[in-house]
Each structure stands twice: as C-alpha cells, then as structure tokens.
Design a protein around this ligand. Structure first.
Ligand code: NA7
Length: 554
C-alpha cells in the first residue's frame, strides 16, 4: 500500500490553510511582493505581519525625529506611473508619519489588506521535504503551509537592546527606538538619557532635547553627520518630480546606490585644495547623503577619504561651542561613510543647549543600569527615561529569529553559524523554495531601499512564473554557487573602505558574539541587477531545479 494511503490521525498541518506563497512582513517589500504574486501571477498568497498595520520598519520606528535619509521623490515605488502620480510628498526627506500615510495609501489602492493577517508574528518555519511545503507557525499557535516562502522582514527590524546589567531593576521608563510605543512618549521636564549615536540617535537628540528637562547623550563611537537641509518642497520642485518620472526612475535604477544622484566621476586628487574645499562646502550647504557623491574615490582610497573626514570634523568643531564637547564629537575613529553616514537636522547644534550634555562611554563604559539612572566607570547619571538608540541585529537578525528549519532539520542559525551564506542574497542552499527579499549578500542597505526591494520582488515573481511554466517543483542554489557568491561579496567589500569601520553594523560588530562578516553586496545596485538578470537569462544558472522531488509523496 503506498504511504499516502495509510490511514493516520490528522495532524494540525493537515488542516492548515494552504497557499501557493506565504510572505512574512507587510512593509515595502511584502506589500510589493503581494502585488507581484497575487495580482500579476494570480497566486493564492497570504502575508503574515506582526504589526497591526502595514509599514514594516516605519510602523515600529516612530521615535522622535524618525525620518528617511533618502529624498522623498525616490523613496517610493516606481512600478506604477499611476501610483506615482497619485501621491505628493510634502518635504525633502519624508518623516515617519508621512511614510506611513503613503504606505496605507498603497495598501488601499491595491486592496492589499484582505490578503494580510495582522497581529500575526511568525515564530517558526519548517520545510516539510515529503510534501515539498513550508509549514509556518505563528505566535498564536496556528500553522499555514505554502509551496513558496518569501521573507520580507527588512534588514533593520530586530532591536538590539544591549545586555547591560541592572536594566530589569530600572524604576523609570525605557524604550528602544525601533519598538517605540504607538502612543508616543512624553519627555516634558524629564531627565532623559539617550544611548547611541548612529543615524537614529542623531535624529532623535535634537527633538528630545526640545522637550526634555535635561538630555544626556551617551556616546561610544563618535559619528560624522551632514545636514539634511530638510524642508517643505516647493510647488516648482513637486512639478519637476511629476514631469520627470521616467528620468528619476532611470537614474535611480541605473546607478550604484539607487538614489537619484550619481557619483561625480572625478578623483579627490584631480582638483586642488581650494577647489576641493569649495566642492565640500557646496555639498555641505546642499546637504544630504550626496556628500558621499562629491568624488568617486571617497570610499575607495583612504587618503581621498581623509580630505572629507577632516572637512567634516572641522565643521563639528566650528558648530559646537564647548571645545571639550566639540573635541569628543569630532574624535571619530573611522573613515567617512565607512559606517552608514547619518544626516541630521540640528544634531551638533543641540549640544549648544544648556539642557544637553555628552558623556564619553568609550573612555568610561556603562557598567550597569541603576534603579534611577546609569552608572559608568566615571560616575552616576540620574535618569527618569532611558532611550536605547542602540540599533539592530541587522540583516541576519530578522531572518534568524524566524526559526527557519530547512532540509534534514538543519536550521538557518546552524547554516549561518559563521555568517550568512546566500546566493545573490536571494536563496540559501538547503532551504528549497525560500526567497529572502533584500537578504544578506544583496546590495540592500547600501542602496535606497525601495529600488532594491522592487528589483528583488520582481526577480522572485519572474522566477516563480518560470518555475510554474516549466513544471519545476523545487529550487535552491547549488553549494558551489553560494561559495562563489560569498567570495564575491567579500571581494566587493574589500575593494572599498567599508570594512575599515570596526564598529559597523554592516559587519555585525554592534552585536556581541555575532560573526564579523561584511553582509551587504558592495558591488553596486546596477551591477547587481545585471548579474541577477544574467543568471535568469542563463536559465537560472547556479540553481538546482527539480521537476519531481524524489521524496514527494503528497
Ligand atoms: P546604529 O547605527 O547601529 O547605531 C547604534 C548606536 O548605539 C551606535 O552609536 C552604537 O555604538 C551605540 N551602542 C550600541 N550598543 C551600545 C552599548 N552597549 N553602549 C553604548 N552604546 C551602544 O543604529 P541606528 O538605529 O542609529 O541606525 C541603524 C540604521 O537605521 C541606520 O544606519 C540607517 O540605515 C537606518 P557603536 O558604534 O557600536 O560603538
């Protein structure tokens, strides 16, 4: 008697809802993948989302000052001209609330919510080899099964709350910026401590300072920051954006960073000192991430980078009145932009306020959290509220916490014990039919995210369409393709100054015990797109395609 005909008691999996594809996460990536698979391919798709609304990163990161570092006219979907025309941004850099309005607008326009289960955190995903299905478990204890599992969990969605002794005994309030209460936090008159001076701490500092009685910023690694020069968009600019959809889309899809600006094709050493200074001054006045784009060798040559870093350190010293505070803020240990470069609105100026102080926790580390404050090796700081702007277990953290188990019961955590190993950042060997949108090994965080997300969502949809047309049941990368891609990711990083920032989250260095591996692909978005397209054109080179998995019995 064939196995399938043996009568056996029903397991919960037998009655689990069955889909063609399950998508985890309803941020930019999950929403668009849903449109691709449900509306274009006609698949039966469900999205499982931990939050109560769409938005992903922007749903959780609603801390004071939360704002995108990409300019609004490129921080949106471009797959539909009609959608593009239906929305108008109000500021140069969109704030969290406006981005949430945009994402709700997209959800409404494409009727996405009917396919999304909100308030549904995924706690496990196991590949059932016999059935060639993914069995996904949620925090409510229910299961869903699907042929394809697509993670759209973002790169910066697993909060890193440092394990500082004493936190559980803290009598005041404490928050991590990436898990901010929906109702907000009232800092009025409070003594606040903010730990962390990455992009988030740099955005939050001036805003909290305006409300708090006193704000103490605990700095471990000093950081560069360039003014965002944010402000309302003029009617003229809005019209330019409307008139230039094709060109903005073309540029952002054809350069290395997914932004609407290109890196100048000149070396720092092509110009003399005076001209270089004028170029930096103009870029500083214009503001934004394009400071990086002033010269082509800023991220390739340390001597070139030194010229930018000296300019930016001098700016800090000129902005901050107290020389000791200025010196501490300008005591930066890494090349400019080797860590993710922040942009700000009044960060350095905030240290000129009487109610803001800076504490050096590199020289005098935080030793413990006291019931009413923070203790460093130099002294105690009484606090009512602690804000952890301490970042994320980036890129791998959101995937590992899903507890994914692949072929033969091997977990993703085991497969990635020495760091992430993917092919193109899209698939993992031993985890058939699992796709990871903006996974480690893809350009992701080194680009304007919507551009990277659209490319991945479309590539995956095209791939699934191909599998359907050709009758392929199971797809996963060949181990040697993974090996080669991991080498290529390392080579791309090594060609830049990016690995030189020893405390960078790109390297996993911010999380104790995390393998030090440069995670994103630094070879550029346009080059990466070409590689992915070529792989597909070559019949999905590097992947094993199985028409009839030998052990499928159901
Ligand atoms: P980041 O960039 O990882 O910054 C986190 C900050 O918190 C950084 O200054 C860390 O210092 C600091 N940190 C982390 N743990 C500690 C402890 N234990 N003690 C003191 N200071 C600590 O996170 P963000 O949220 O600012 O930005 C993440 C990304 O979101 C950003 O790059 C954009 O892409 C959007 P360290 O540098 O590790 O010494």
């Amino acid at each position: 008697m064939p196995d399938t005909m043996i009568a056996s008691p029903k397991t919960p999996h037998d009655t689990a809802p069955e889909y063609d594809a399950l998508i985890i996460g309803a941020g930019f990536a999950g929403m668009y993948e849903l449109i691709c698979l449900r509306d274009r391919l006609g698949l039966n798709v469900r999205v499982l989302e931990a939050g109560d609304e769409v938005g992903g990163t922007w749903y959780w990161n609603r801390y004071p000052g939360a704002r995108c570092d990409s300019e609004s006219h490129v921080y949106n979907y471009t797959f539909s001209k009609e959608l593009y025309d239906s929305w108008e941004w109000s500021e140069r850099y969109p704030g969290q609330a406006e981005i949430m309005r945009y994402m709700k607008h997209v959800a409404d326009r494409f009727d996405l919510r009917r396919s999304i289960s909100f308030g549904t955190r995924v706690t496990g995903a196991a590949y059932d080899e016999a059935a060639n299905r993914w069995i996904v478990t949620t925090e409510h204890g229910d299961t869903h099964t699907a042929r394809f599992l697509i993670t759209a969990v973002g790169c910066l969605s697993t909060a890193n709350v440092p394990a500082i002794p004493g936190l559980s005994e803290f009598k005041g309030e404490w928050y991590h910026t990436g898990q901010w209460p929906q109702e907000g936090v009232d800092f009025t008159g409070k003594t606040v401590g903010l730990i962390g001076t990455g992009s988030t701490g740099i955005q939050a500092t001036p805003v909290i300072a305006e409300q708090a009685g006193h704000l103490t910023v605990f700095q471990r690694t000093a950081n560069y920051s360039v003014p965002a020069n944010n402000g309302p968009l003029t009617a003229e600019f809005k019209q330019w954006v409307r008139d230039n959809y094709d060109e903005i889309r073309r540029i952002s899809r054809s350069n290395a960073n997914g932004q609407a600006f290109t890196v100048e094709d000149r070396s720092v050493f092509d110009v003399d000192q005076e001209e270089r200074q004028a170029i930096y001054e103009a870029a500083w006045a214009k503001g934004g991430l394009q400071f990086r784009a002033t010269f082509r060798d800023l991220l390739l040559d340390k001597a070139a980078n030194d010229t930018a870093s000296e300019f930016l350190k001098a700016k800090i010293r000129s902005l901050v009145h107290d020389p000791a505070t200025a010196a501490l803020l300008a005591d930066i240990d890494h090349p400019y932009a080797a860590k993710r470069p922040p942009i700000d609105t009044g960060y350095f100026d905030a240290f000129n306020r009487d109610n803001v102080s800076l504490v050096d926790v590199r020289a005098n580390p935080i030793e413990r959290i006291l019931p009413h404050g923070v203790q460093t090796s130099a002294g105690e700081y009484p606090l009512d509220i602690i804000v952890f702007a301490t970042g994320f277990d980036a890129m791998t953290g959101p995937l590992l916490r899903l507890n994914i188990q692949g072929r033969d019961g091997v977990t993703l955590r085991e497969a990635w014990a020495s760091g992430p190993r993917t092919y193109l950042g899209l698939q993992v060997s031993g985890f058939p039919n699992l796709f990871t949108i903006t996974g480690p090994g893809s350009p992701s965080v080194l680009t304007n995210m919507p551009v990277a997300i659209e490319q991945h969502a479309e590539w995956i949809a095209d791939c699934i369409a191909h599998l359907r047309e050709t009758g392929v049941e199971q797809m996963e990368p060949k181990p040697d393709a993974v090996e080669q891609w991991v080498s290529r990711v390392n080579e791309a990083a090594s060609a830049t100054l990016l690995p030189q920032a020893s405390s960078s989250w790109y390297l996993g260095a911010n999380v104790p015990g995390k393998p030090r591996v440069f995670m994103p692909f630094a070879g550029g978005m346009a080059r990466y797109r070409e590689i992915c397209d070529q792989v597909a054109a070559n019949g999905y080179e590097g992947f094993t395609m199985t028409h009839e998995p030998s052990r499928i019995t159901a």
